[in-house]
Design a protein around this ligand. Structure first.
Ligand code: F6R
Length: 243
């Protein structure tokens, strides 16, 4: 695991964006794994600036999102398909038909999970996965106690994650869905390269456990220690618990 500690959230975003730019330069048809949430927003903004400056292009790229809420109506602004479009894909030159996400409104959710795994396998796997990290150490929506070998599946969101995410639902906890579809820890670990970004003191304990803790299902991000190519980009607040 390579850990980079940057002076500001802007520098965090810029270093992470460099990894994606480098990949697309060597492999224009790369398959990207996209995270939602606030952590990668700076990366997406930086990448959209680089597309506008014609430094990088997503024309040949494909993308797969990590997770989706179950049961949000198609027009709900917090559906991750909608969020990723708003914060990233509509701002760059990626073909929208090559942006994929698990279907949280499928009649058969288990079949939707299996289909998602199949789609990722079918394209040859994810080249670079962007990850945020939850305050409780979750990655995607693999909450503490998730199997480290898990695949895309239906999960119940913890109270902590629902509380953390209620800020996106007008601070109405009741409006936050109780379930989601998420890539598993095992699915994520198959990405050929992983870039994790975390900023702010609220992430410090999770970062410490992920980077320095024993590998444990109680801190799912600690499973990243098994991966041969992970770059963790932090600001000093998120790095403040590192030894
Ligand atoms: C989002 C996701 C989550 C977030 C995590 C951190 O697709 O998979 O694991 O990365 O909850 O969220 P933020 O970045 O909002 O602190």
């Amino acid at each position: 695991m390579e850990v980079a500690i940057e002076g500001s959230p802007q520098q965090v975003a810029s270093l992470a964006a460099d990894a994606i730019e480098n990949l697309l330069t060597s492999r224009p048809d790369a398959v990207l794994g996209l995270a939602t949430g606030s952590s990668p927003i700076g990366i997406y903004d930086e990448l959209s600036r680089r597309v506008a400056a014609e430094r990088v292009s997503f024309k040949g790229a494909s993308a797969f999102t990590l997770d989706e809420y179950v049961g949000l109506p198609a027009n709900h602004p917090q559906r991750y398909r909608t969020v990723i479009e708003q914060v990233f894909t509509r701002k760059v030159d990626i073909d929208p038909s090559r942006v994929h996400g698990p279907d949280g409104n499928a009649a058969d959710l288990e079949a939707a999970c299996a289909a998602y795994e199949k789609a990722i396998r079918g394209i040859g796997g994810i080249d670079l996965q962007i990850l945020g990290i939850g305050t409780d150490g979750h990655i995607a929506f693999n909450e503490p106690s998730s199997s480290l070998g898990s695949r895309t599946r239906i999960k119940t969101l913890t109270q902590q994650t629902r509380l953390d995410n209620s800020r996106f639902f007008g601070d109405h906890l009741d409006a936050v869905p109780t379930h989601c579809l998420t890539q598993g820890v095992g699915t994520i670990l198959e990405a050929r390269q992983i870039v994790v970004v975390a900023t702010g003191r609220a992430k410090a304990e999770a970062v410490h456990q992920a980077v320095e803790g024993p590998v444990s299902a109680m801190w799912p991000a600690s499973a990243l220690q098994f991966h041969p190519r992970v770059l963790v980009v932090l600001d000093s607040a998120a790095a403040s618990r590192l030894q």
